[in-house]
Design a protein around this ligand. Structure first.
Ligand code: TYD
Ligand code: MG
Length: 458
């Protein structure tokens, strides 16, 4: 009987050890190292040694000039948001990892892609659902395709057998954590299984030129479960995120060998699948009948995409003892800092008030350019004076109450203009190398926070 070979792997970073230890010396995490059985087929990898009759033709070094360049082939899908995050379409032979929490809509997104790419033969391999469940979902989505094949299988060897006879043009794996290969004996979802099956799929993708989508689950901490190296192995990593109670979903590129990583796609989950949202500002700004106090619009950037989003603040006298500060979608520490600046530099009495802050649409934002809009919303609510819905803001607030310049202010201004805003408030330090003439929108620039307030609230 073959001797059982085991090794120890860190569940966090995938580092391998010969012995168990309490702390992973590669990623410094405690209690992440587990033992796994690895029995490799002896003839899968033969050791190459100089002079031992190695017959494989190994590639020779070439001059860079001698390599003829072919622009990578891209499959442009009908899903514009997906094209955008992939950098213009699916590159052939690429491996794309889609991570997200359970129930966020990863399977829906992929099935929708498979059904809408009618011109391409797509194989959707599911280890999570039965073909009945997939059929039911497809009916819900309402697309029909006679080029979409479903396979419910988890063994990579059987998957590759099917692939040999089917020759799909796109392969979708739902999910990498359910796959297992016969070359490794540990359970599906374990570090060595995930790594080995991913390596097999990469080999297949590169050799056949077929793009492969891998769905991956996410751990509680928000990283893709399985070894970190999975992210290093693939070409593109997309994160699918959003609040499960809200309809909006964001597809974010966190790694891309074939395009920029600052791209963002927005979808809305409907009864009949995911709808692309091409003008996100339409959903991020709520419809108002009359002017409300405490509501302002900030011009933010998500990657290269300008977004106008609504900020809502509610300031009311604290009924019991310590005033409450609560935020959704905005950093609580940053809110505390802005409140301190307003108190100290603007002489607003906020120390006895409850302050609630909400970013509309369930988005989480980190852009400091929203500072001015947040401050204006707070003061608007405190003073009960509405800010016109034709005004928007883009400036960072410093500790001295000064307004600081923000990046890509031109993009923000153009987007505000496109959406019909009449006025934008920015920092006077940001307009130095800007061409003011080209904009129709009124651009007001200020040096200090209090100057903005005297202009807005008199
Ligand atoms: P799913 O794609 O199964 O998520 P994941 O693969 O990421 O775990 O999507 C799950 C949720 O989406 C589920 O709660 C139901 C909802 N949904 C809709 O609202 N509309 C639809 O058309 C579909 C197919 C799903
Ligand atoms: Mg799923």
């Amino acid at each position: 009987m073959a001797k059982v070979k085991t090794a120890f792997f860190c569940q966090n970073c995938g580092n391998q050890y010969a012995k168990w230890q309490g702390k992973c010396s590669a990623c410094n995490e405690w209690n992440t190292i587990v033992e796994e059985v690895i029995v490799k087929e002896s003839n899968t990898k033969s050791d190459w040694r100089p002079g031992n009759g190695n017959t494989r033709q190994s590639p020779k070094p070439k001059k860079l000039q001698e390599i003829d360049f072919q622009k990578e082939d891209r499959i442009v899908t009908s899903d514009k948001e997906l094209n955008r995050v992939l950098g213009g379409g699916i590159v052939s032979g690429s491996l794309i990892l889609i991570g997200g929490e359970p129930g966020i809509g990863k399977s829906t997104l992929m099935l929708q892609l498979a059904l809408r790419l009618t011109g391409k033969k797509v194989l959707y391999v599911s280890g999570e659902e039965s073909d009945q469940q997939i059929k039911m979902r497809a009916q819900r989505l309402g697309f029909e395709s006679d080029n979409c094949f479903i396979l419910t299988e988890t063994s990579t060897q059987s998957i590759f057998q099917q692939i040999e006879s089917l020759h799909p043009e796109i392969l979708i794996i739902d999910s990498i954590q359910t796959l297992h290969t016969a070359h490794v004996e540990s359970a599906a979802g374990s570090v060595s299984q995930v790594r080995e099956t991913a390596a097999e799929l990469i080999k297949y993708a590169k050799e056949s030129g077929t793009p492969v989508f891998l769905i991956g689950h996410i751990t509680k901490e928000g990283s893709i479960a399985g070894p970190k190296i999975l992210e290093h192995m693939v070409d593109t990593v997309l994160q699918f995120e959003g609040d499960r109670h809200l309809a909006y979903r964001i597809l974010r590129t966190t790694k891309n060998r074939f395009g920029s990583t600052s791209e963002l796609g927005i979808y809305e989950m409907q009864g009949s699948g995911l709808r692309e949202v091409s003008n996100p500002s339409e959903i991020l700004i709520s419809q108002r009948e009359h002017d409300l106090s405490g509501v302002t619009i900030g011009a933010t950037m998500e990657g290269n995409r300008p977004l106008l989003i609504e900020i809502q603040a509610l300031v009311s006298p604290a009924a019991y003892g310590t005033p409450q500060r609560s935020t959704t979608g905005f950093d609580a520490k940053r809110l505390n800092m802005l409140l301190a600046v307003l108190e100290k530099r603007g002489n607003f009495r906020l120390g006895t008030q409850d302050v609630f802050l909400n970013i509309a649409g369930g988005l989480k934002v980190e852009d400091p350019a929203l500072d001015l809009a947040v401050c204006a919303a707070i003061i608007s609510s405190l003073e009960e004076i509405p800010v016109s819905d034709k005004i928007c803001f883009a400036a960072e607030v410093g500790l001295g109450g000064e307004l600081r310049a923000v990046n890509k202010v031109d993009h923000r201004i153009s987007e505000a203009e496109k959406l019909g805003f009449e006025e934008i408030h920015i920092s006077k330090f940001g307009k130095k190398n800007m061409n003011m003439e080209q904009h129709q929108i009124r651009i007001k620039s200020f040096g200090k926070l209090i100057d903005v307030f005297s202009d807005l609230f008199g």
